[in-house]
Design a protein around this ligand. Structure first.
Ligand code: NDP
Ligand code: 5RP
Length: 513
């Protein structure tokens, strides 16, 4: 352990991509940090980075520990210990190691990893009486952790009261007037002004659930942008750099977002090895760690439609089937390429911009509805205006658009009417109604040119399903009653009254069950 004369404020365990940067961020905000990783080289690297970045007039604020007992004895009580280790078994591994090292009942362990929310619920109960297991899901990647992430804390409110000042200091900040991020990436000079992107989400598991849905939306938003890229490159024959320029232009309009910004950047990057566009040298097989899948599974389990999020997970799965795709590309016929005039191409690009905006609204509507339905099942009181607010900066899905979502929920709160679906908010219903024809034309062109658009297309089906007062589920109920006597309700009788037609009898009489 490094020399220190005083007890430290907070411990960080796990110094990978996120933990290392969180430790530096916390230190930038004047807290003294004890740091530990199983790999001593990572502790050393962190200490060196702090030394390199620290302004000359600042004292050392991070101290390395060689084991957890040393960390516990270096911290002021009750202790705050931040876990930034991979989700799953490593979280319990560290908790058990902390128990062996002498962690106490009043100490707080904050899990900042992408843990499955049901694991978090179980852990809070499992460690009760031993220490306070608190969770704080985090988004923002490496740079977010370093200079201001979005933080989604949940669990024991007393634990939140203790960590809140640190969390508000290290979180990303938003200008309250414009709703735009205040960004300054300067070691030793953290952003202290503006609204912090953190808020208490709810009981144990709520923060991880909200982060999981954030990631589900992230999957869908990324896939929507990728579909637009394929339409512009394969469909229109534009180069990666040209698509990058279009995305950069869109990023200055209603599609302004971090994901659009980085997509434009990725597309304009040349490969250092070949000089070709880097994107064309990257293998088209998408990885995933599970949070998008968990979101889709949750939506299926609770019966909340989130088709665009599910399609984004399937799109990653299809991408990994490279061998089959190679074989089938030689076997299966597709349409002739579309030949478009210059005017038609320009029109198509504008239509696609509107299609993307509409699909994005539908995808966020799905995510927010999912959070609402799960909250209802769990008895959580989620404040969606606050959730949208803390996603305006710091996190991967940060976008100007989140300010409109914040305002839509604030308006609903003001008039005392719950916003059951974001499509109902005036700002979005007007935009969707105005742009839906362009959305259809973009999907139609994609279909006619043979470019797959599972997310842009499924979002349109979601939109059309929700604007249909009547769906063909009447026939479906008839089918179910026919083969399985599963019964149906009638439109001219009380809700809940069940009927069955004796389909196999010659008279086909109707029974009230
Ligand atoms: N990367 C990202 O953009 C984001 C990640 N997250 C989540 O944050 C968590 C951390 O992610 P990330 O930093 O990317 O992961 P990394 O794999 O980069 O870092 C995890 C670190 O934890 C260390 N570790 C593992 N087990 C222990 C242990 N028992 N005691 C001490 N240290 C341990 C690892 O050491 P070693 O390598 O030696 O095993 C490694 O240094 C994950 O749950 C991730 O899903 C959340 C938001 C964004
Ligand atoms: O949580 C995150 C950002 O919010 C991570 O970047 C996310 O885990 C990446 O997920 P995947 O590897 O599944 O694409």
């Amino acid at each position: 352990m490094q020399n220190h004369s005083d007890l430290l404020d907070i411990g960080v365990i796990g110094l990978g991509v996120m933990g290392k940067n969180l430790a530096l961020n916390i230190a930038d905000n004047s807290y003294r940090v004890a740091a530990f990783d199983l790999d001593g080289a990572k502790v050393e690297a962190l200490l060196q980075q702090e030394q390199k970045e620290r302004p000359a007039n600042y004292a050392q604020r991070i101290e390395g520990c060689s084991n957890l007992s040393e960390m516990l004895s270096s911290l002021a009580k009750p202790r705050i210990l931040v876990l930034s280790v991979p989700a799953g078994a490593p979280v319990d591994g560290v908790c058990n190691a902390l128990l062996e090292a002498g962690i106490e009942q009043d100490d707080i362990v904050v899990d900042t990893g992408n843990s499955l929310w049901t694991d978090t619920v179980a852990r809070e109960a499992q460690y009760q009486g031993k220490f306070s297991f608190f969770s704080c899901a985090i988004s923002g990647g490496e740079m977010g952790a370093r200079f201001g992430p979005s933080l989604m804390p949940s669990g024991d409110i007393k634990a939140w009261d203790r960590i809140k000042p640190i969390w508000e200091a290290i979180a990303a900040k938003v200008d309250p007037k414009t709703g735009l991020p205040i960004e300054r990436q300067e070691p030793g000079n953290p952003v202290t002004e503006g609204e912090p992107c953190t808020t208490y989400i709810g009981p144990a598991g709520a923060g991880h659930y909200v982060k999981m849905v954030h990631n589900g939306i992230e999957y869908a938003d990324m896939q929507l942008i990728c579909e637009a890229y394929q339409l512009l490159s394969d469909g229109l024959g534009l180069s990666a750099a040209e698509v990058g320029e279009i995305f950069a232009r869109w990023n200055r309009g209603s599609l302004n977002s971090y994901l659009m910004e980085i997509s434009a950047d990725v597309l304009s990057q040349a490969d250092p090895l070949t000089g070709k566009p880097l994107v064309e040298m990257i293998l088209d097989k998408a990885g995933q760690k599970g949070t998008g899948l968990w979101t889709a599974v949750s939506s299926l389990q609770i019966g909340c439609p989130a088709p665009t999020i599910a399609e984004a997970v399937y799109a990653r799965a299809v991408s990994t089937q490279k061998h089959q795709r190679q074989q089938l590309s030689l076997l299966l016929a597709g349409p002739e390429p579309l030949t478009l005039s210059d005017d038609e191409r320009a029109t198509f690009i504008d239509e696609l911009e509107n299609a993307l905006y509409c699909a994005k609204i539908a995808c966020y509507a799905q995510g927010f509805q999912l959070m609402a339905m799960n909250a209802q099942e769990r008895g959580w009181q989620l404040d969606f205006a606050e959730i949208a607010k803390i996603w305006r900066a710091g996190c991967i899905i940060r976008a100007t658009f989140l300010q409109s979502i914040t305002q839509a929920y604030q308006q609903a709160q003001k008039v005392g009417e719950p916003l059951d679906n974001l499509l109902m908010a005036e700002t979005f219903s007007l935009a969707l109604s105005a742009k839906q024809q362009d959305w259809r034309r973009a999907v139609a062109r994609a279909i006619m040119s043979g470019v797959p658009v599972p997310c842009i297309g499924s979002a349109l089906a979601y939109y059309d399903s929700y604007r249909s007062e009547t769906l063909p589920a009447n026939l479906l109920q008839g089918q179910r009653d026919f083969f399985g006597a599963h019964s149906f309700e009638r439109i001219d009788k009380h809700a809940g009254e069940k009927y069955h037609l004796n389909w196999s009898h010659s008279e086909r009489t109707l029974e009230k069950l």
